[in-house]
Every structure is written in C-alpha cells, then in structure tokens.
Write a new protein. Structure first.
Length: 324
C-alpha cells in the first residue's frame, strides 16, 4: 500500500491512537538505581558533576532506596568510597566494609529490594586501577583471586546479584566458581560484558574517587571502535555463567545493544552512565534542553534498542514522571 491509499498519519492523530500502536514503553521496573556510599552517618552530599546525585552514608542510602522502592524501582546497585585504600584494594573484601554494611541494612529494611553489588577494585586501590598491578600492568589472574574474595563477602552479606565490572578475562567464571563453591548458587551475575574505555565515565570517577593515578583503562576496557568484539565478550561471559549481560555506556553504543539483542537470548542491561546523565543535567540547568523529555527519550531509545533494564541516575526522576 502506498500514499494516498495508505496514510501513516491516520494513527497519529491523538494520544489514544498513538498509545495503541506504541511499540516500546517504559516502566519503573526497568530501572536500577546506583548509590554511592561513604562512611559515617547522616551524610548526603551532592556530587558536583552529577547534580541530584549524592554521596550517602548507609543510613541515608537506605532512605533513598526506600524512596526508590516506593516508586516501583525494584533494584539498586551499590558503589562505595572506602575510608582506606591500599595497593590491592583489600577493603573490598572486608566483611564489615561499607558495601557489605549497606547490603545488610537495605535487605533488613526492604527485604524484597534486589540489591546488586558492583564488584571491582578501582575505588579500593590507591593507584585507582581495577585490580592488582604487576610490572605496570593489571595482573589479571591475581586480580581474579581478589575478585572471588570480594564476591564471597558480598554474598555473605546477602546480596542478590553481583556485577563484576573490571573487564578482567575470566571474571564471570571466577565469580560463578566462588559463589557455587560456597553454596551461593542462587546469587546471580550481571556481567559488565561490553564495557568500553569511555570518556563518559568522568563524573563517576569524581563521585567514586576512582580515576587511575597513572595511565588509563584501555588495557582492559574495550576500544570504542569495536562492535564484533562486543559479541565475543558477551559470548565468553555467557559461557562462564552470566545471567544478565551489560553494555556500557548506553547512548553512544545503541548499535551494540541492538546487535547483542538480536544474537543473544539472555536479559540485557544498559548502563546509562554518569557522563550521559551529566550532559542532560547541564543542558537542562542552562535552560538549553527540556530535562524530562530528553531523559525519557534517551531511556526509551535504550529500551527500543533492545535492553531489558537500564542502570540510570535518572531512575527516581523518570519513575516519578511515569507514576503521574
Ligand atoms: C568501576 C566502574 C566505573 C563505572 C561503573 N563501575 C568507572 C570506570 O570503569 O572507570 C562507571 C559508571 C558511570 O560512569 O556512571 N569499574
Ligand atoms: Zn574498576
């Protein structure tokens, strides 16, 4: 059928017609809200490069998690800025660490909330790299042993999902092995499978105090020029036991999300990262963009590309809009 017999505008004439043919919808259940934890109590300090996001002590993080849960957001992912850093990041597997304490506190207060722990070392090492450094390079296999320690510590605290984010080779298999070896076979793995070496992580590195002191992360995170490699990474992670695979960042990588969605039958997560959030916020605060509409359009694009869930700093704002 062709114009003038077929007129696509017929079904665009009003909101009810449009809603009937809408292919993609957003729901608060699609969102995972990231929380940045710090020590102390009563701390809620705004992150300068991420207006509306905070460094939170555990008590304040629980309050915000409750607010998110009441808005229909089922899940939070936890990051921490530890009080002490060392060369291997040993605070990451301290059973009394900030993330472990927060896992216990959130599960106590909101038992049904799905709590995810990002498992990496860059926030915990004094050099800011995602593991142990040997002869100037990230030592893959030594870092995996520590990853297993941290994983088990989160599992003991009652985490629902662990999300290894360091882009180490074998990190999903090592995580699964550690969990199953201690009868934590119900703890799921969200793998940061296709994580690119991106400049969009800038604000996060301020928030989590985890910028590398020397060099960059191009020796372990993916080259933004590569698409086929993302499928290889995803395939490896699935073989190693990933339950959910992630693409990160989201907006400049929608092609990657789409190609994974067409090839893979596992749930896909997109990480709508700090720099993506900061750009929208900055434009909105300058009066150059309509915050609500740009935010929803971006989130919709991630879902339309094929992601089942989005890790996003917009979670509360978007959920509030959706509940109106
Ligand atoms: C740590 C980690 C990073 C992010 C999530 N986990 C930073 C990095 O790899 O440098 C980025 C999140 C964001 O920018 O919102 N491995
Ligand atoms: Zn890291």
């Amino acid at each position: 059928m062709q114009y003038p017999d077929y007129r696509p505008r017929r079904l665009r004439r009003n909101e009810n017609l449009r809603s009937m043919i809408r292919e993609t919808t957003l729901s608060p259940a699609d969102f995972i809200y990231p929380l940045f934890l710090v020590g102390g109590t009563g701390v809620k300090k705004e992150i300068p490069s991420m207006p509306g996001q905070y460094n939170l002590s555990v008590d304040k993080a629980v309050e915000l998690a409750e607010e998110a849960y009441e808005l229909g957001i089922p899940s939070v992912i936890l990051f921490a800025i530890p009080e002490a850093k060392d060369s291997v990041g040993s605070e990451a597997w301290n059973d009394k660490g900030i993330v472990q304490t927060a896992i216990r506190a959130i599960k106590r207060q909101i038992p049904k909330m799905v709590v995810i722990a990002d498992s990496c070392f860059c926030e915990y090492t004094d050099h800011g790299h995602c593991g142990v450094i040997t002869k100037g390079e990230l030592d893959n296999d030594a870092s995996l042993e520590n990853l297993q320690r941290a994983t088990l510590s989160y599992a003991k605290a009652g985490v629902d999902i662990v999300a290894p984010s360091g882009m180490l080779d074998g990190f999903v298999g090592a995580t699964r092995e550690a969990l199953d070896g201690q009868a934590y076979d119900q703890v799921a793995i969200m793998a940061y499978s296709a994580k690119y070496a991106s400049a969009y992580y800038g604000p996060f590195r301020d928030a989590a105090d985890c910028a590398p002191q020397d060099g960059d992360r191009r020796g372990y995170q993916m080259d933004p020029a590569n698409a086929r490699e993302a499928l290889r990474e995803v395939t490896l992670d699935i073989a190693e036991g990933a339950d959910i695979v992630m693409v990160k960042p989201a907006l400049a990588y929608l092609d990657i999300i789409q190609s994974i969605a067409s090839e893979i039958d596992l749930p896909i997560a997109a990480y709508n990262v700090s720099g993506e959030y900061a750009m929208v916020k900055a434009a909105a605060l300058n009066g150059w963009a309509d915050y609500d509409r740009v935010m929803m359009e971006n989130l919709l694009a991630m879902k339309r590309a094929g992601s089942d869930m989005m890790l996003t700093y917009h979670a509360l704002d978007a959920a509030r809009l959706l509940s109106r």
